[in-house]
Design a protein around this ligand. Structure first.
Ligand code: ZN
Length: 489
């Protein structure tokens, strides 16, 4: 055995050991109950957003059935029609020739499954909206294709517009601006008291991007002083996260709990118990998704339990501090009175288990009149082998957005943009001129760490508000700067 193969075998064994540890922690967590959720009640108006046809049922069917029974009103919106799941398309038509026409046909089939599943839970077709945006493209709409002059081309549908005759907006262009407008419009029409949407730490990119769009829409309505928007209760649900849920398959007597690692962040988890009758209807509803159970039945059926879990995230504001309070020197002592903005789960990725200097623990943010300051704490000391990226996204209204990305490489002492940064032990600090962010109301933040292009850790995208009375002055905003923002990468 060569030295290289001994190292490779050792690394593989260690990766398997970490993976097994995560699995055991999830199994253990399953029997560690979380707080009971408040049940929906008569008069509630509930709006559920699902990235794909089946997520609303996997994550929320029990809540939907419970709400309908209590006299609440439920509306469900599907962001995509799940047209990009090529394996399932191939299985449904017993073919390896996957054409756009097939994908579109398949999507209509999935829509019918959704209508059947939801009718079992008490929701009629008049209360289901299909947006028709591209499956596997929602994160791309969020971070690359924002305006109508830069549309995303879906490999599945072969189109850069929604080809569906029942899309919420006829021939909706595949861009972030259009999707955000649609989400805002539906929320305005439904005026919900409660919104259910995917958790920002869901691993699937369409899922966490759905969180971004819906959160940005709610923030926008709040900024426009829509009274109902300030009162919306936001609940998140989880579908994809590593090997969760455990165990796989139809285990109706097993409880459902959040993954162990996600109980360590700042999400507060709640469990909603389902009556045996509602749980049984949910099981039947899941089985309506024949196109999906044909390829991943064990996964789908593992959501047929006696309860559902929902996560609630804290409201986040960016505190205003006095000028010169923060010095970018890697020393966190000047942050003493500033609470954490984001607490990220640790030990949740295999790569993070190997590289603790890339495992994000806490993100602190504050600002004075000229700068936004960020302090990011890691589990271990920062590593010279890892690159550290902070993504910032300002959205103020539907046709404008501003990106700012700073990637820091301690090894070469360089960063992708010219801005002060410093690190010491497990703390990284940087400052960004507010002019560069061109913000109005809120800021979306995400941190990624990479080792040789492999992700070590990735936080969710989180929306933070500038607290009342300390908003950034309303300078005119340039219409989308997405193309030009590439220059700062
Ligand atoms: Zn999904």
């Amino acid at each position: 055995m060569t030295v290289m193969s001994i190292v490779a075998t050792g690394t593989l064994l260690m990766a398997l050991a970490i993976q097994f540890k995560i699995h055991l922690a999830n199994e253990w967590q399953q029997y560690n109950p979380v707080t009971s959720a408040q049940l929906p009640k008569k008069g509630d108006s509930i709006l559920v957003f699902a990235p794909h046809s089946d997520d609303e049922t996997l994550g929320c069917a029990g809540m939907i059935g419970t709400a309908e029974k209590a006299g609440a009103n439920v509306h469900v919106a599907l962001i995509t029609n799940g047209d990009g799941f090529r394996v399932a398309v191939g299985r449904a038509y017993k073919t390896i020739k996957i054409t756009p026409q097939r994908c579109i046909e398949f999507a209509y089939k999935r829509q019918k499954e959704t209508l059947r599943a939801l009718s079992i839970m008490g929701v009629g077709p008049e209360r289901v909206t299909f947006f028709g945006y591209p499956d596997r493209g929602i994160a791309k709409l969020w971070d690359q294709y924002w305006t109508r002059d830069s549309l995303y081309l879906s490999r599945a549908t072969g189109s850069n517009h929604s080809p569906y005759t029942n899309a919420f907006t006829w021939r909706a262009p595949y861009c972030g601006d259009s999707l955000l407008r649609d989400v805002v419009r539906l929320i305005e029409e439904c005026r919900p008291t409660d919104i259910y949407l995917p958790h920002p730490l869901d691993n699937h990119q369409d899922h966490y991007a759905t969180y971004c769009f819906v959160t940005a829409a709610v923030e926008q309505l709040m900024a426009e002083h829509h009274d109902f928007a300030t009162k919306i209760r936001v609940h998140t649900y989880l579908v994809h996260r590593g090997d969760w849920p455990v165990p796989k398959g139809d285990h109706s007597n097993e409880p459902l709990s959040p993954p162990y690692a996600l109980t360590g962040g700042d999400t507060k988890w709640f469990s909603m118990s389902l009556t045996p009758e509602i749980a049984e209807r949910k099981r039947r509803a899941i089985k309506q998704y024949r196109t999906q159970t044909a390829v991943e039945k064990g996964f789908l059926m593992s959501f047929a339990r006696g309860n559902e879990i929902f996560g609630s995230l804290p409201d986040r504001t960016i505190p205003l501090v006095s000028h010169s309070k923060i010095t970018v020197d890697g020393n966190p002592s000047d942050w003493s009175s500033i609470p954490p903005s984001i607490v990220d789960p640790v030990d949740d990725y295999v790569m993070a288990g190997f590289n603790k200097g890339g495992d994000v623990r806490t993100i602190y943010l504050c600002r004075d009149d000229k700068h936004l300051y960020a302090r990011i704490d890691y589990v271990g000391h920062l590593s010279k082998r890892i690159s550290y990226t902070l993504n910032l996204r300002g959205i103020s209204d539907t046709d404008s957005s501003q990106w700012y990305t700073i990637s820091i490489k301690p090894k070469t002492k360089t960063s992708s943009v010219f801005t002060p940064w410093a690190y010491r032990n497990n703390v990284l600090e940087t400052e960004i001129p507010l002019d560069a962010l061109n913000l109005h109301e809120d800021l979306f933040v995400q941190v990624t760490t990479k080792l040789m292009k492999m992700t070590v850790d990735q936080t969710g995208w989180h929306g933070l508000e500038f607290g009342d009375g300390n908003k950034v002055s309303k300078a005119p905003i340039k219409t989308s700067s997405l193309p030009s923002s590439k220059a700062v990468h």
